[in-house]
Design a protein. Structure first.
Length: 327
């Protein structure tokens, strides 16, 4: 089986991608520094520990495994932290990605799948984003991802590197078979935070803003099931291996879910009340942010069929109750 180098393969999305790659007949080679990932999550192929800014270490790994492609997930991704520490995000996300891309080109590994973000678009409130929406990032996280997209474009022109770039918002759910799941310390994402509140592992959930111009007054966000998301990444890899050119794809459901809808769905799935209180709006929160996926549907044949809120919460709840990684 051909080797695929998966950076961040010990993290939430990367570990699920490794499972999907294995099922598709590839051998995922995880490259991770374990700063936010978990070695227990590396279950579907070999593991190499290292930093993306360590060119010598990357060269060793490329020489050892001779991957035919790179799937790049490794990045810092907390917007609040990016606002407070922009240098950290530029150094980690951009310098690390540039070093990885240079190493890949030097090794002749010219198929590259990049996990980007709809945060590159900035604030386009209450519209369905597509790949042609102007990119105007508001913080160092979105800006760093956009910078990597530009690096990939330039290395494509100079060295023939082909890339598929995926932009998306919120990822939720877990592997239905329970082999891997979402495990952050600390946890900041709405659904796992909510499930911790339901389970009594935190005092409760604060709803930030109840006076938005939405049907129930709470802001709306797009969510994609993690297994749908990684299926798209495997399809993106096939796109490149079939000899097609570089392409950008948005991944989303196109409609989104309000905070109240997420809370109500969790109550139905868990049959338990979600302890929550209303709080003021957070600075910078938009009313509605959703992404379409018409191009991914038409060109990749991708449909987010698992990305219903009950399904995402049910799979996340099963992992929350039964799955874990060693601390």
């Amino acid at each position: 089986m051909a080797h695929v180098l998966v950076t961040g393969g010990a993290g939430y999305i990367g570990s699920h991608a490794c499972k999907a790659l294995r099922a598709a007949g590839h051998t995922p080679v995880t490259f991770d520094n374990l700063s936010t990932g978990w070695q227990d999550a590396v279950k579907f192929g070999p593991f190499e520990q290292g930093s993306l800014t360590d060119r010598a270490r990357l060269d060793e790994v490329f020489a050892k495994w001779q991957p035919t492609a790179v799937m790049h997930f490794a990045a810092l991704s907390q917007v609040g932290e990016a606002m407070a520490k922009p240098g950290l995000y530029w150094r980690n996300n951009v310098d690390g990605s540039l070093t990885l891309i240079e190493a890949a080109c030097a090794a002749g590994c010219l198929d590259f799948v990049f996990s980007s973000t709809c945060a590159t678009y900035g604030e386009h409130d209450n519209v369905v984003l597509d790949e042609n929406t102007p990119q105007e990032p508001l913080n160092a996280y979105g800006a760093s991802k956009l910078a990597v997209e530009n690096i990939l474009r330039d290395f494509g022109a100079a060295y023939g590197l082909k890339s598929v770039v995926f932009r998306y918002f919120n990822v939720a759910g877990a592997d239905p078979e329970g082999e891997v799941g979402e495990h952050h310390r600390p946890e900041t994402h709405l659904i796992p935070v909510m499930l911790e509140a339901v389970d009594g592992k935190r005092p409760g959930l604060t709803v930030h803003g109840t006076d938005y111009d939405t049907p129930d007054g709470t802001c709306i966000r797009d969510y994609v099931h993690v297994m749908d998301l990684v299926d798209a990444h495997v399809l993106g890899l096939k796109w490149l291996q079939d000899g097609k050119g570089s392409r950008v794809f948005n991944l989303g459901t196109g409609r989104g879910f309000s905070v109240r809808e997420v809370i109500d769905a969790a109550g139905h799935v868990t049959n338990m009340a979600v302890p929550c209180t209303d709080g003021p709006r957070r600075a910078g929160d938009a009313t509605k942010l959703v992404s379409g996926s018409t191009r991914a549907d038409e060109e990749l044949g991708w449909t987010p069929h698992r990305s219903t809120m009950p399904q995402m919460i049910a799979d996340a709840w099963r992992w929350h109750k039964n799955g874990h990684y060693a601390a």
